[in-house]
Write a new protein. Structure first.
Length: 80
């Protein structure tokens, strides 16, 4: 059985770019052939940051949203 899939190397591990139909714990022999030079703009978080940069900041957003997320999501009292 042979399976072909695209992946990228994050500096420590090969990360599949999509679902891979292999059993968990399956031992593999990997032969890597770079398709193109890695472009830092092509990483998923980089693409997300690029998309988010296209939207203007909302002046009504709370400045303490991360620290007080339970308050804004669930209505719990604000922490001090």
């Amino acid at each position: 059985m042979s399976t072909t899939f695209r992946a990228h190397f994050d500096g420590q591990a090969l990360i599949p770019d999509g679902p891979v139909d292999l059993p968990i714990g399956c031992v593999l022999e990997v032969r890597a052939s770079p398709l193109t030079a890695a472009d830092p703009r092509d990483f998923p978080l980089r693409r997300l940051a690029d998309v988010l940069s296209q939207f203007p900041d909302n002046p009504d957003s709370p400045a303490d949203g991360a620290a007080q997320h339970d308050h804004y999501l669930y209505g719990t009292p604000k922490r001090k």
